[in-house]
Design a protein. Sequence first.
Length: 272
Amino acid sequence: MTNSKILKKHSVIKQISSLKSGFKIILSFWLISSVNLANSQPLVDPLDSPSWNLVHKLILSNETVVFDDRVKVIVPDMAEDPMNVPVSVTVDGIGEIEEIRLFADLNPIKEILNFHPGKIEPFIAFRFKVQNSTPVRAAARTKDGVWHVGGSWLDATGGGCTAPSLGRALDNWVDTLGDVKSRLWSRADRPDRLRFRIMHPMDTGLAPGIPEFYIETLELKDKHGELLAHIESYQPVSENPFFSVDLESKLFQGIVLTGRDNNGNLINQVLQ
């Protein structure tokens, strides 16, 4: 082969290599642009709430969210009593859950409750106050920092957040403040269910002349003082709240419930 043919061959090879490099660069830019475009696309809210973007910012700090049917929020179709709306949240099949946040998009006070399940099951049930029809959501955060969001629409006639607590009409409500009663249901095929009630008016601060007065934090600890679960409750949780959680029966022995309200009143009770 002559030198000129060899040079031409090398030139063709270089051109091909250059084209391949250029194609790789173009492909890389296209992939990066596609990812950025996908990330910039707004999430389509399955509940079609006018306040989704607002609560995503306020409650979840605009962090990464996926709408996930494995986060189940159960509420009645209609809130017959807007001061006592039952809600339960179950998270199943996602992995270890670090925190669950419950909120109502259109409530005047949107945050309802934060639940850190710790060593118990990612399930909680309780009652809350609602002011009007609204999506009710739960966001469960996994270890990778992603919020898995589920929810349901709740229809309501309204007024639950601006009504005064009923217990204040009783002469002895101060004497029973912070009293706790509890019960454990044993279940053969699944974790036991613990239910406890705390006497407290849980005032939202939206009723005329009545300041906010509500339980802020609750902790469940085992008999050795080790933390099992942590709850942060907000004004919309119902008066004299009931909470239901699921746990293994071996954890129940000697469980202590501690907490405090926003006025500094303490809760400390061994659950029986």
